[in-house]
Design a binder for this molecule. Structure first.
Ligand SMILES: [Zn+2]
Length: 321
């Protein structure tokens, strides 16, 4: 690892992909490119950089563009989301460019989409007519800690079904999102059980670890195959190189822990995916309030280092199926 720049103790194994060739796009919305097969079928989309310091998504989209991927049915869009934050990415301070003004993945409800007081709100407004037409979405993300990649399938059975059809990565987490606001994957029809629209968010690994780029690529290829927008042989060589997926396991989030005070601290140095064997074990303290494991074999999902009031500190889950 010597020679690589680092963020504290974390080596920056990935470099920022130059996306300048894709900014004009062909839809009138910056960073959004749509290919139309001219045949019936769903509008399938893969999105990257909702968070500006997550480098695996642009690597996967760049690969798809270079392969000249085209839909065999329906439409296929490839979109770069938070262009301001991605532009701000600086390897000297890689945590700083998660967003420009605020978290773009909490804005997907009318109150914030109808507002233009931040760069992210203006961008979300710009993207909304595009997102409104997407039937099947894969949103590529990465995580603060180097834990196993996971899919966030949302709270509905249809999300789990799509995750099963994609079959990768191995861990699927069912959750309702955050108190602070809706994610793009929860927007409108994506979280309506009556709607055929569906969305997955995949956390491909630690933001700057090399393997996260392969996870983004393998998930993207498998997602495109599962939706039928490409043929079943698409990306075969890449999938063979990356390797077969492990069997999937499913975790249901019982509760997100929302930070209520300015004094939140974890009881251990949790990285995520730790299993707390006994119900009642204290996991953290929020002011005077102990946060305890709600049941035996509680799984900690994505404990945060940003322990700010109103934000999600960690999600508590249990294995299902
Ligand atoms: Zn993210």
């Amino acid at each position: 690892m010597t020679g690589l720049p680092t963020a504290g103790s974390i080596p920056l194994e990935l470099e920022k992909t130059d996306i300048s060739a894709y900014l004009t796009g062909n839809t009138g919305i910056r960073g959004v490119t749509t290919f139309d097969s001219g045949k019936p079928g769903p509008h399938v989309a893969i999105t990257a950089v909702v968070h500006g310091n997550e480098l695996c998504g642009p690597i996967a989209l760049d690969w798809l563009f270079r392969q000249q991927v085209r839909p065999v049915a329906g439409r296929l869009s490839l979109a770069f989301v938070n262009l301001d934050a991605y532009e701000l990415y600086d390897p000297a301070d890689p945590f700083a460019s998660r967003w420009a003004d605020e978290d773009m993945n909490r804005l997907w409800q009318a109150e914030t989409l109808d507002d233009d007081s931040t760069r992210e709100r203006r961008r979300a407004r710009e993207l909304r007519p595009f997102v409104d037409t997407v039937d099947l979405l894969l949103d590529l993300h990465s995580m603060q800690n180097a834990t196993d990649p996971l899919t966030l399938s949302g709270p509905l059975e249809k999300g789990r079904e799509l995750a099963r059809a994609v079959g990768y990565p191995a861990l699927v987490v069912t959750d309702k999102g955050h108190a602070a606001g809706k994610r793009m994957r929860d927007y409108a029809g994506f979280s309506d059980p009556q709607s055929p629209k569906n969305a997955l968010l995949v956390e491909c690994g630690q933001h700057w670890e090399k393997s996260s780029a392969d996870v983004a690529l393998a998930t993207s290829i498998r997602f495109l195959r599962a939706t039928g927008v490409v043929d079943a042989a698409f990306g075969a060589a890449e999938l063979a190189r990356i390797g077969a997926p492990a069997p999937q396991s499913f975790i249901e989030i019982v509760e997100p822990v929302t930070i209520m005070t300015d004094d939140f601290r974890f009881e251990g140095d949790f990285l995520g995916q730790e299993v707390i064997e006994k119900a009642g074990t204290v996991i953290a303290r929020d002011g005077d309030r102990p946060i305890v494991a709600p049941h035996d074999r509680t799984v900690l999902i994505m404990p945060s280092k940003r322990l700010t009031k109103g934000m999600t500190a960690v999600r508590l889950g249990r294995f299902v199926e």
